[in-house]
Design a protein around this ligand. Structure first.
Ligand code: DSN
Length: 427
């Protein structure tokens, strides 16, 4: 890290500063395709690293358990108002530390231990906190899970089967139904889920962590008006700091606030609240609408280019920011491919695919997405090149050709140098 960029840190703790400097280089030089990651702006970074770190603020604006909240109250109120305006909701709580605690607060607000809860199965694209067994939400509650269709028809294969979801919901009458997930390449039909939840008498939660930025930018339908609670992290497509928000109709506001504090958490991370406020301000600008649509256009173009090159994509493509590649027909499984891609300067994560016969720690797929590369300014014209690199790297992995991976890494670094990353120093 250059002393001029972080002079105090470099002087106090050069060892730690050198690790951060190395991470800056890594994020600048590589093609980051993990769909849940992004680059925050310099403004978000600045807001996240201020004296707001120094303040305890248990409670909510205007009703705190500590004094000296004149400025903190304004910061949090600003974040709340911006969240309400951007997502068109009655109430927003911006204090959850991240997505998992946010979802746990929803359980605390609406369910009792032992109650039945329903969500998409993790290997199908859901999330741990939607009642999956190894999560507290699947051991303290009785999780029942839905998945996607496995059909010979490419038009419906890999899509959520809403009839099956309805059947399960009516049979189980869960307290909570979660829709949304972490590996869903297709549009979520919030109205269909709302109809099912109404029939089953369930509280419906939309976990939009992955697509919050697309919703804010009008590139994915909004769950507002359809669901009881919207849960989201703030650091994925929304491009804010690592944090989370819960949003709901006024009738649920008290229950949600009480569950977050004092139910689960202590003092809010005010520096994060400030970063969230900035991100929400940025997401309300016309440029963010363009960004959200560009993320989707890039993902569609990348999916098309991968299909042309013989890759098998779960659900046959994408409607959003995310692509799930099933490598079953290739010579390398997901983990081997992901590690080879990493050596080639292309950062992805290995991932289960629906009905995966392999284990989550060594699955059949890789998950990629376009939020980060779009933040750097890459457009649809670059997607065939990205697909070429992925093809060459997966082939090189099969042949254990380290020279080929090294060559791709140099090409990637070359292109990325022409597209400076937001928030990072120019190299
Ligand atoms: N870890 C997040 C993701 O990568 O999708 C979900 O919590």
């Amino acid at each position: 890290m250059s002393a001029s960029r972080h002079p105090a840190l470099s002087a106090t703790d050069p060892e730690l500063a050198s690790h951060i400097a190395a991470e800056e280089v890594l994020q600048a030089e590589t093609l980051r395709l993990i769909p849940s990651e992004n680059y925050v702006s310099a403004a978000v970074l600045e807001a996240s690293g201020t004296v707001l770190q120094n303040k305890y603020s248990e409670g909510y604006p205007g009703r705190r358990y500590y004094e000296g909240q004149q400025n903190i109250d304004r910061v949090e109120a600003l974040a709340i108002e911006r969240a309400k305006g951007l997502f068109g909701v009655d109430h927003a709580n911006v204090q959850p530390y991240s997505g998992s605690p946010a979802n746990l607060a929803v359980y605390l607000a609406f369910a009792q231990p032992g109650d039945t809860v329903m969500g998409m199965a993790l290997p199908m694209g859901g999330h741990l906190t939607h009642g999956w067994g190894v999560s507290a939400t699947g051991s303290w509650f009785r999780g029942v899970q839905y998945g996607v269709r496995a059909t010979a028809d490419p038009e419906t294969n890999g899509l959520i089967d809403y009839d099956a979801v309805r059947e399960l919901a009516l049979a189980e009458r869960p307290k909570l139904i979660f829709c949304g997930g972490t590996a869903l390449p297709r549009t979520i039909d919030f109205a269909a889920f709302a109809e099912i939840a109404r029939e089953a008498g369930s509280v419906l939660v939309a976990d939009v962590a992955h697509i919050a930025g697309l919703i804010a930018g009008g590139a994915h339908p909004s769950p507002a008006g359809h669901v009881d609670v919207i849960s989201t992290t703030t650091h994925k497509t929304l491009r804010g700091p690592r944090g989370a928000m819960l949003m709901c109709r006024e009738e649920h506001a008290k229950a949600i606030d009480k569950a977050v504090f004092p139910g689960l958490q202590g003092g809010p991370h005010n520096q994060t609240t400030a970063g969230i406020a900035v991100a929400l301000h940025e997401a309300a600008q016309p440029s963010f609408v363009r960004y959200a649509h560009a993320v989707v256009a890039n993902a569609k173009a990348l999916a098309a280019a991968l299909l042309e090159r013989g890759f098998d994509l779960v659900s046959g493509g994408t409607d959003n920011h995310l692509i799930l590649i099933d490598l079953t027909g290739k010579e390398v499984p997901g983990k081997v491919a992901a590690k080879a891609l990493d050596r080639a300067g292309i950062v992805v994560n290995y991932n289960t695919v629906p009905f995966d016969p392999r284990k989550p720690f060594d699955p059949s797929g890789i998950r990629i997405g376009t939020p980060s590369l779009t933040s750097r300014g890459l457009s649809t014209e670059h997607m065939p090149l990205v697909a070429d690199w992925i093809t060459r790297a997966v082939d090189a992995a099969a042949k254990q050709d380290e020279t080929a991976l090294k060559a791709i890494r140099a090409e990637v670094a070359d292109l990325m140098a022409a597209f400076p990353a937001p928030g990072l120093p120019l190299s």
